[in-house]
Write a protein that binds this ligand. Structure first.
Ligand code: FAD
Length: 440
């Protein structure tokens, strides 16, 4: 049923449902909004900010259970001791738009045929339009021995607030042996992050006189060091120069903290299991779209991601549903930079839809990955969803540069907190045009 054909008692306040359906008779309380955004992370917060002021008080709701909003890209620097975990977070109440209603609950199910989202405390939240921005789910439990092994020395992970501080501790306590870095056999957010911390660790060991005692090993499930050839070529040079071992198609399946062993499966020969001793083990966990989304078969594709048109970001079956960010099926690398590009397109297309018009703005798949390669250098990888470089600056970005490091460490966080989350940063498209004199 199209949202315009629905009758609501009133918007934005708790009320009883009017409709005489099995659903409405069973629901204990109902709120209804013109726009409901599920997830108040990078994509959800920025989208809500765009529409809260446009649609006005009481018309937009954000369903988000977390107390804190984290700028996750900073965790690479937290792991390396360049920033503190506290620097990466702000209370959710400070970042969500004031004109939106914050429903501080976990969404537990979707009913797209009834335009409804259910929350953990039993609320039925009805919408005319829905934006899904749930991010990704970390599945540490899929590796045998985790998460328990995180309670033992040397096992760490920049991907979670629970374990990111252990990365620095593991570096500080490192005496001698293998420093292992893993990359799982699933899509992940920021596919560069598993190796960024490896380069930082390598420099840490050099700076602290432990490099000759450290055997640095990157075991990745991927068949390549990085998905985009231009940057992969540069990274192969770096690992060669810095004497880092890279093993492709190696997937971490078990951690044995008592014997300090990590077991990897050779994905080209699944019977072949290899055991590595570790002094330090940095784990990037398997990830998926969140269970709550995967459980709604009407909304997802075969892989469990929100099934949207990769250019318009409108759902392929429900025209009043849009989605962006890590939980969507858009086949681009999952980053906050990609989210910024998507926020602009989604914002324009949703505005058209709200006026009864068809979406016509198209996302080009822009994404970026600042590949931090130490304490002062970075390769700024920028590319589209076909794997073609889409660089902002008029010089070769596959070279390590100090300028890019400062962009990542000092400029991007402010851009995120002050511009992106308020709905004003939609990626470097115009800067790129300007720097290339309108040629790109
Ligand atoms: C270590 C690390 C390094 C990274 N480095 C970079 C980088 O250098 N550059 C870059 O661009 N990106 C980087 N990223 C990726 C970037 O952080 C994500 O791609 C981005 O945050 C995705 O935004 P999102 O809105 O899709 O999801 P998120 O920002 O993760 O937000 C999802 C939100 O949904 C909420 N949620 C979850 N379940 C529910 C539920 N059931 N109901 C309601 N709400 C729910 C969560 O609480 C969260 O607030 C990095 C990430 C990590 C972890």
């Amino acid at each position: 049923m199209l949202p315009s054909t629905r009758t609501f008692l009133h918007r934005g306040t708790t009320t009883l449902a009017l409709r005489n359906s099995a659903f409405s008779t069973s629901c204990k309380a109902q709120k209804s909004y013109r726009l409901v955004v599920v997830g108040g992370g990078a994509g959800g917060c920025a989208t809500a900010a765009k529409f809260a002021s446009k649609l006005g008080q009481g018309n937009v709701a954000v369903i988000e259970p977390a107390d804190m909003h984290y700028y996750q890209p900073m965790w690479t620097l937290v792991g390396g001791g360049m920033k503190k975990l506290e620097d990466s977070g702000k209370p959710m109440s400070q970042v969500l738009p004031k004109k939106a209603d914050w429903i501080k609950q976990r969404a537990v199910s979707f009913e797209p045929d009834n335009n409804t989202v259910m929350t953990e405390d039993g609320q039925h939240i009805e919408y005319e339009y829905l934006v899904v921005a749930l991010g990704m789910q970390l599945n540490y439990h899929q590796i045998k021995g985790l998460p328990e092994a995180f309670d033992t020395p040397g096992v760490c992970s920049n991907y979670s607030t629970l374990y990111v501080n252990k990365t620095l501790t593991s570096l500080q306590n490192f005496r001698q042996g293998n420093a292992l870095f893993s990359f799982p056999a699933t899509p992940i957010k920021c596919a560069g992050a598993p190796q960024k911390i490896m380069y930082i660790s390598e420099e840490y060991f050099r700076k602290h006189g432990k490099r000759d005692k450290a055997n640095i090993i990157y075991n990745t499930s991927l068949p390549v060091i990085f998905g985009i050839k231009k940057y992969a070529d540069a990274l192969w040079e770096i690992v060669k120069e810095r004497n880092i071992s890279v093993n492709l198609r190696h997937n971490l399946i078990e951690v044995k903290p008592d014997s300090k062993e990590a077991i990897f499966q050779n994905l080209d020969d699944p019977e072949d299991l290899k055991t590595y001793q570790y002094e330090m083990l940095h784990v990037t966990p398997p990830m998926s779209s969140p269970d709550v989304l995967r459980q709604c078969s009407q909304l997802v594709d075969a892989a469990g991601y929100l099934d949207v048109n990769k250019e318009t970001l409108q759902h392929v079956r429900y025209p009043n549903v849009f989605g962006l960010g890590d939980c969507s099926s858009v086949p681009t690398s999952k980053t906050a930079a990609a989210v910024a590009g998507q926020v602009g397109v989604l914002g324009k297309n949703l505005s058209l839809a709200l006026r009864g018009e068809k979406p016509r703005h198209l996302y080009d798949g822009y994404t970026s990955c600042p590949l931090v390669t130490g304490y002062s250098k970075c390769i700024l990888a920028e590319f589209d969803m076909n794997g073609n470089p889409l660089e902002t600056f008029p010089f070769d970005q596959s070279k390590e540069r100090r300028l890019m490091f400062h962009m990542k460490k000092d400029v991007m966080p402010s851009l995120y907190w002050h511009a992106m989350l308020n709905g004003y940063w939609e990626g470097p498209k115009y800067a790129r045009k300007l720097m290339h004199l309108g040629m790109k």
